[in-house]
Design a protein around this ligand. Sequence first.
Ligand SMILES: [Zn+2]
Length: 342
Amino acid sequence: MRAVVMRERGGEDVLVSTRVGLPVPGPLEVRVRVRATALNHLDLWVRRGVASPRLPLPHILGSDVAGEIDALGPGCEDLEVGARVMLNPGVSCGHCEACLSGRDNLCRRYRILGEHRSGGYADYIVVPRQNLVPIPPGLSFLEAATVPLASLTAWQMVFDRADVRPWHTVLVMAAGSGVSGWAIQLCKLAGARVIATAGSDEKLQQARELGADEVINYRSEDYGARVKALTAGQGVDIAIDHTGADNWASSLRALRWGGTLVTCGATSGYEALTPLNVVFYKQLSVLGSTMGSKADLFKIARLLEQGRLRPLPFEVLPLEAAAEAHARLASRAFFGKLVLEV
Ligand SMILES: [Zn+2]
C-alpha cells in the first residue's frame, strides 16, 4: 500500500512517500481504507522527536482518520465491510479501572494513533474495533477527518474539566487552531459567552462565524486589557489556553477572582513563569487536560448529525504533499484544519 513514512526525526524532509506491506487485522481488529487524514500539531512534535522521542522508526503519522471498513479480524464478523467510519484516536487496554470508568484517556496503557502506533498517512490502517465511530450522514470523509482528536480534546476541557455553564464568560485563545474552533462551538452549546483571540482579522471573522461573541486581535491589541474592558473590569471565568509559555502569565491575569485556566498544550513552549501570588490571592484553579474519553466522540457525532456542531473549515492537500502540509501547519497561516486526501 502507499504510505508516507517518517524515516528519522527532523524537518519536513524526513517524510517520504513509499510503499509498505498491507497491515492484517488481528482478533477484534478491523482494517480501514483511509480516505482522509487530518493533521494535528502532535504530528509535528512526533516528527521532530519532541513527543515520543524513542518511537521505533520508520513510523506512519496521522491521528485523525476517516474511511471505510475494508477487512474484519476474528470477532468482528458483525461489522459491515464498506461502512463509513471515523476513528477514535485513543487506544487503551479496555480492562483497567480507568477504562472501565469511561476515563480511558487516563489508562496507563493509553496510546494515540499516529503517535505510538501506525497512523493514517497511508492507504490502510488497522485499529481495534472499539475505535470505530460511524460518520454522521451528510458529512464527507474530509469533514469527518477534521473531527476526532481536536473535538475530543475540546470536549473534555469544556465539559469535564472547566464545567462551562451559561453564565460563564470564556476566553478561547488561538481561535484558528482546531481545538479552539471546537472549544468555541462547545462553549456556545453550553450557553456561555465566548471571547476569542487570533492573530489576524480574517481568523477573527471565522471565529465569529463559529459563534464567538467578542474577538481580540492579540497582535494589534493587549488582550489582557481588552478582556478587562469586555468584562467590566472583572476578567473571565474560564480561560482555555494551549498557546504555552508566551501567554501563560497574561492568561492567568485575565481570569476573574476564583477563575479557572484549562490547558491541553503548550505550542510556544513548556517552561512558563507562573505568578504564584496571582494564583493564590485570586484563588485560581489551573487544570490540565489531554484528549477525551472514547465515548464522547459518539456524543459529538450525534451533535454533528443534528447540525448543532459543524465541521471546522479546512484546506485539502493530497497524501503525497504531507511534507508541504507540515510546513503549512507550522506556519499557522490558515484557519481550522489541514486534511490529507488519501
Ligand atoms: Zn485501561
